[in-house]
Ligand binder design. Structure first.
Ligand code: ADP
Length: 458
């Protein structure tokens, strides 16, 4: 970077310097030409006076070094020329400076000489008798001027180049140093500081990206930890029924179970197997919700119908527990994933039945509102102590571990519910009193944002 800045300054400074030089040379050229012209005019006037007074005698004692002097008669014939033979010279009447002198008393012109190598300056003055005295000199050439200035110009160029080099490398280093000194781990410390005004937006951008990276990293670590815990819990939860199953089977195998006890043992093996199956099913469902399963299609649903179906499939469980389940409400059209909505109602009702007393009640209500649909599942069961209410949505958390196992719980039901509600952009709240019952209220938006059904998409 400093190399580029140096190069930039160097090029700009050198170009400005060269442009100034050309400009100064141009002005000087103009100035010297003007000086030459005014000198020539003076000399011409003096010569004219001399010729007017002394006639041809004037030329006898004249030193004409550097000049050409010509005397032209009133008819344009050349009477005298210090450089050429007058007899061979053509009539000068039409020469520009002569014509002007005859008309106005004095005339000037500039043109290339016959050899075309030099530019000549001509000045002519009319005498009282009508004749004209003309002087000419070679106009100073640009290259001659440059040559004349060659030595001082070379010195100035050299000094300028050295100065530019030193200054450019000093400035480049000065610009780059604060940037090189930046501690990118703490970009905030440079905000508002004089040397860093120009790079402040960049520093802010870097800081924002760093914060984003940090929070992403934290999120990744948190997720990894949750997964780790989840895997440990899953293995633990699977091991328990597996140990029980292999224990019972071993006893039967070793003939340690009496003939009449084989049936109850087989029953225990079956119930442990169903627990495992339920656990695996719940894990699969939770994984699908976590990963956003492709099979989960958004459709126009009716939550009341879904609730009725879920309650129907829990009929047998409710009968076993001697719990009455009622469904109330009106048709509730909303956009959602049918099997996920079913899962919400099913798990809430399943818990409401499982953690209930014999003869207890569960009521399910579906109430559509302007923008949302509210699902309420309340029961007259064992209730959830206040201090546990926040934690019941955690994976594998159970208020009463042994009771949960007794009733076939996996500890994943409410996690599935919470996740399913989140996917639908809704919210869930809980109110419960130990020993009296529990109420879950789920609020789901009727048209979750950016979710199209297949029909809409068509
Ligand atoms: P589980 O499979 O054990 O029921 P959940 O995630 O569904 O797991 O629920 C977590 C815990 O919350 C349950 O173990 C239970 O202790 C408590 N719980 C959930 N629903 C109710 C309810 N309706 N009444 C009382 N306790 C409940």
């Amino acid at each position: 970077m400093s190399g580029k800045i140096f190069k930039g300054i160097w090029i700009v400074a050198s170009s400005v310097f060269l442009a100034s030089l050309v400009f100064i040379m141009g002005i000087s050229y103009e100035y010297f030409t003007g000086l030459q012209k005014s000198q020539l005019k003076n000399e011409t006037e003096l010569a004219a006076q001399g010729v007017a007074n002394a006639g041809m005698n004037y030329f006898d004692s004249l030193n004409t070094e550097g000049y050409r002097i010509t005397w032209i008669g009133a008819d344009g014939s050349v009477l005298y020329d210090n450089e050429a033979d007058t007899a061979t010279m053509e009539n000068h009447m039409e020469r520009e400076e002569v014509r002007k002198a005859l008309e106005e008393g004095y005339g000037e012109s500039t043109r290339y000489s016959s050899t075309l190598s030099d530019k000549q300056l001509y000045a002519a003055k009319r005498l009282p008798d009508g004749s004209v005295v003309r002087l000419s000199i070679v106009q100073v050439a640009v290259w001659a001027l440059i040559l004349g200035f060659a030595q001082p110009i070379s010195v100035v160029i050299l000094i300028a180049l050295i100065l530019t080099f030193v200054l450019a490398s000093y400035i480049a280093k000065k610009i780059v140093k604060p940037i090189n000194d930046i501690d990118l781990n703490k970009p905030e410390q440079y905000y508002g500081k004089d040397n860093y005004q120009e790079v402040e937006p960049l520093l802010r951008h870097i800081a924002a990206q760093q914060n984003q990276l940090k929070s992403d990293q934290e999120q990744i670590e948190k997720t990894a930890l949750i997964r780790q815990e989840f895997t440990a819990n899953v293995s633990h939860e699977l091991k328990t029924p597996l140990h029980a199953i292999s224990g019972y089977a071993e006893l039967i195998e070793n003939g340690m179970v009496k003939e009449e006890d084989i049936r109850p043992f087989a029953g225990k093996i079956r119930s442990e197997s169903s627990r495992m199956t339920k656990l695996v099913e719940d894990i699969i469902e939770l994984t699908k919700l976590d990963n956003g399963d492709a099979e989960m299609k958004w459709e126009d649903c009716n939550l009341l119908r879904i609730a009725e179906n879920a309650v129907d499939s829990l009929d047998a469980a409710a009968t076993v527990m001697n719990v009455t389940v009622s469904v109330e409400g009106t048709d509730a059209p909303l956009k959602g994933i049918p099997q996920t909505l079913y899962s919400i109602v099913y798990n809430l009702c399943d818990n409401a039945i499982k953690y209930n007393h014999a003869g207890g009640k569960v009521s399910v209500e579906v109430r559509p509102q302007k923008n949302d649909t509210v699902l309420t599942v309340s029961d007259t069961g064992v209730g959830i102590p206040e201090e546990c209410q926040d934690r019941v949505f955690e994976r594998f958390y159970r208020v009463d571990r042994s009771h949960s196992k007794e009733v076939g719980g996996t500890g994943l039901g409410l996690s599935i519910v919470k996740h399913a509600v989140m996917i639908h952009g809704g919210r869930i709240s809980i109110s419960s009193e130990a020993g009296k019952g529990t109420e879950f209220v789920v609020t789901l938006p009727n048209r979750p944002q950016n979710k199209l059904t297949e029909e809409d998409a068509e």
